[in-house]
Design a binder for this molecule. Structure first.
Ligand SMILES: [Zn+2]
Length: 822
């Protein structure tokens, strides 16, 4: 029956919100059927008022409805159609009671039951965004019908249950198990409530007036304990920072974070964030991995205010929710945690994915129509998160941080526990700044594509030529230009020029005479920037001499943009980035630079040049591995690029006490057709990681051999046995070896075959498989076929976006390799 559920249409949501107010949800959940079976049972009691007695509406329930009564009258089974229970003859105060059972608890659609492969213990999580709460129990599943939720959860005796707050009581049940009673939540949207359960390992500390909890499955407790000090510290720092800047402390004592198996990403449930437990890295994490965890932690935390406390009225503002949380995470990382190079890390990593998507055919305005909830899911992409975050950063530069933060505090105060739209936020910020942001808002949020800013210089000074996408009017940009003169041993700074552009041409007053003008210094705006012709050669050749990691990241990111647009060869890019890496010491950018260098050498180079370019990268990585702080990421890159006997000797030595590296080295050897089955078996014996089998499968997947690829492929697309997130990413990296040429092109086509037949599961899990397994290589026919599939009627929006963006990248790669034009 679940296949026939209808997606809520915006106008239906508006009508329902105008008709009813939900007073409260009392939800009894029985998880005992999940201990050995697959059924989650729930009885949802909804107390709500109706504005127009006599009118009708519907409640959402995409589960097997066992009974339903409205105001004491049993509803007929025929009232249940397409995941909705029709309610008629409402009175002014109503009580609806629905008992239901959900047996689809294995696909990750809102609920996932997992059996840990190492100890057979069972864990259950829920994650409801955007509209999966209706799969667990009956509810009015739309963001603007907020209400207190009260959960009472029956669970097996050995399980711990976590929900939005701590339990009021836990008592034994006469018919087995224990009953966990939770207090009323504040008024919450249906998509941010949560119930997780299992024999969790729990750590708890009192910090800064809050009770902070961390949970994970038993088999991962050593990793949680290893990382707990960092997690507690970041949580305490984040709550203090946001509470202060937002003018409102987090209003609940308890703040829990639950690391769960086989989940993609993390989810901002009020007071109880769920995370993929693949972030509890089985090998000591690198700086980049710790920075990512810190960033996700702060992102979900920012949602407590922006998303949970104040919630978008409809999913068309979902982008704002995500963009804001992403911006706030980087802002807080730099302002309150050790990750002070956060903006450079963002530019060299994530921001490039925003530019990449925005230059391709899947680009869309940041703000768009979302006619039904199914469309909301299509907008979880790099435009939403990354470009959105970048444009908010530009807004901060445009109005000033002080006004921005003052506007936010007003916004949270005035709309606490309510629902808003973009205009509410923009008017609060505009009022604080004394600027009308109407035109700015539509210029930045309602149009797709990236502006290009070109600097020209003459004896008279400088001028910025701005060009909107497709020849459109450009947006206004607030940006800085840093100027440098070449000096013995480096670059001498000559000062920073502040600019606010308007229209196609803006004169830059006071620009000094210089050898190098760094356009978009401090990375304030979102634009493709091309500095003047005189500066360009210095920008590429002297990027390593720029004084700070953000400036070096800007130079490398500009070079990458030129590579993607056919203005620079992969070799020229590689020379630039390897030069920077030979001196780079900021942990915040070393890893993204290494990743870009690897892509340029392996994916963007013509196959004949790949071995030589990988060898050059491997040499740089081997040198960098001598710096203790960079040793771990440098060795990982070396393991991806190793070419010589010296490289392998270095790796074999380092891999002796590093299981993660040992897997990488085996995969590299396998990719070079030196698969060692006995070594794989021996490493499986040694590695206690419950996901070690996936690493072994990755080694198989790396082999330049059709049968091996087939064996690995079945686990990804057939049984779908590869856990989401990091294990899947590692697997995909092993599988797609661009240097394996024609063999890979055949598998790229196989990927498209699979997509045509893919069942649709939970948003995060499915999106992960489709995105992560996208080929890194292909041919012209692949590009055309992917585009045709994207254009076909009925293609899932998430799949469509992935196909369009991925095919665009492959087309650019083929051009860079000299194999084709895009
Ligand atoms: Zn988010």
């Amino acid at each position: 029956m679940t296949d026939h559920s209808r997606s809520l249409i915006m106008t239906e949501a508006q009508e329902r919100a105008a008709l009813i107010d939900v007073d409260r949800y009392d939800i009894a959940v029985d998880l005992r059927g999940l201990f050995e079976g697959e059924v989650l049972e729930a009885t949802s009691t909804i107390t709500f008022r109706c504005q127009r007695p006599g009118a009708g509406t519907f409640v959402d329930c995409v589960a097997d409805v066992r009974s339903a009564s409205l105001n004491g009258v049993e509803l007929d089974a025929s009232a249940v159609v397409d995941g909705r229970i029709h309610l008629s003859d409402l009175v002014s105060e109503n009580v609806l009671v629905v008992s239901s059972a959900q047996s689809d608890t294995g696909s990750g659609a809102g609920i996932l039951r997992t059996v840990d492969p190492s100890d057979k213990l069972v864990y259950v999580w829920t994650s409801f965004e955007p509209d999966a709460a209706r799969r667990a129990w009956a509810c009015f599943d739309q963001p603007d019908l907020k209400a207190p939720h009260r959960f009472s959860v029956s669970a097996p005796e050995t399980w711990t249950v976590t929900s939005n707050d701590g339990p009021e009581s836990v008592v034994d049940l006469t018919d087995g198990g224990r009953l966990w009673a939770f207090p009323d939540t504040p008024p919450l949207s249906t998509y941010v409530v949560v119930v997780n359960a299992g024999p969790f390992h729990e750590l708890r500390e009192e910090r800064g007036g809050h009770s902070l909890g961390l949970y994970c499955r038993q088999s991962l407790k050593e990793y949680l304990e290893r990382d707990a000090a960092d997690l507690f510290a970041a949580t305490e720092a984040g709550l203090a920072f946001f509470g202060d800047r937002f003018g409102m402390p987090f209003p609940q004592v308890r703040y829990d974070q639950v690391f769960v198996p086989n989940m993609g990403g993390a989810m901002e449930n009020w007071g109880c964030v769920t995370w993929t437990d693949s972030v509890l890295f089985r090998s000591p994490p690198t700086h980049g991995q710790r920075a990512m965890v810190n960033s996700v932690l702060l992102h979900e935390m920012a949602h407590m205010w922006f998303g949970d406390l104040v919630t978008m009225r409809w999913w068309d503002d979902l982008w704002l929710n995500e963009a804001f949380a992403s911006w706030a995470a980087t802002w807080a990382a730099v302002g309150a945690t050790p990750y002070t190079d956060g903006w450079a890390t963002f530019l060299a990593g994530l921001k490039l994915t925003g530019y990449q998507m925005d230059m391709g055919p899947a680009s869309h305005p940041i703000r768009g129509n979302v006619p039904d909830v199914a469309q909301a899911m299509a907008n979880f992409d790099a435009i939403t998160y990354v470009k959105g975050q970048s444009v908010l950063a530009q807004l901060v530069a445009y109005v000033g941080e002080e006004a921005f933060v003052a506007g936010l505090a007003t916004y949270f105060r005035e709309h606490a526990w309510g629902n808003t739209a973009l205009a509410d936020l923009m008017s609060a910020i505009g009022d604080a700044a004394g600027r009308d942001l109407g035109e700015w808002t539509s210029a930045w949020f309602d149009r797709a594509g990236t502006d290009t800013l070109r600097l020209t210089t003459s004896a008279a000074g400088g001028e910025i030529h701005a060009e909107g996408p497709g020849g459109d009017e450009p947006r206004p940009h607030r940006l800085d230009i840093a100027s440098y003169r070449r000096a013995p041993g480096g670059l001498e700074p000559l000062g920073v020029t502040e600019v606010e552009t308007s229209g196609a041409r803006t004169t830059v007053l006071g620009l000094p005479d210089a050898d190098l003008h760094l356009l978009n210094h401090r990375d304030l705006t979102f634009a493709a920037v091309r500095t003047d012709v005189g500066s360009l050669a210095h920008l590429l050749a002297a990027a390593s001499k720029l004084p700070d990691p953000l400036s070096r990241a800007l130079a490398v990111a500009t070079a990458w943009d030129m590579l993607a647009k056919g203005e620079l060869t992969a070799d020229a890019f590689l020379i630039c980035v390897l030069d920077v890496l030979s001196v780079e010491r900021s942990a915040g950018v070393v890893e993204p630079f290494l990743a870009m260098a690897l892509r340029a050498a392996e994916q963007w180079s013509d196959p004949a040049s790949v071995p030589d370019r990988l060898a050059r990268l491997a040499d740089v990585a081997a040198e960098l591995a001598k710096v203790p702080e960079h040793r771990s990421p440098a060795l990982r890159t070396l393991a991806a690029a190793a070419a010589s006997a010296e490289h392998f000797a270095l790796l074999d030595e380092a891999a002796r006490d590093n299981l993660d590296l040992a897997w990488r080295v085996l995969a590299r050897r396998a990719a070079l057709d030196a698969y060692d089955g006995a070594a794989v078996e021996a490493l499986l014996e040694r590695d206690p990681d419950p996901d070690a089998g996936v690493r072994a499968l990755g080694v198989t997947a790396a082999r330049p051999d059709d049968n091996a690829k087939e064996e690995a492929w079945k686990e990804a697309f057939g049984t779908r046995s590869i856990p989401a997130s990091l294990p899947l990413q590692q697997f995909a990296t092993c599988f797609w070896r661009p240097v394996q040429g024609e063999l890979m092109v055949r598998w790229a086509h196989r990927y498209l075959d699979e997509l045509e037949a893919l069942p649709i599961g939970g948003m995060l899990a499915m999106g992960g498989l489709v995105r992560n397994m996208f080929p890194t290589t292909g041919d012209r026919a692949f590009v055309e076929r992917a585009r045709a599939m994207a254009a076909a009627e009925g293609t899932d929006p998430t799949v469509r976006t992935t196909l369009l963006t991925g095919a665009d990248t492959i087309a650019r790669v083929l051009r860079a390799r000299g194999q084709d034009s895009p």
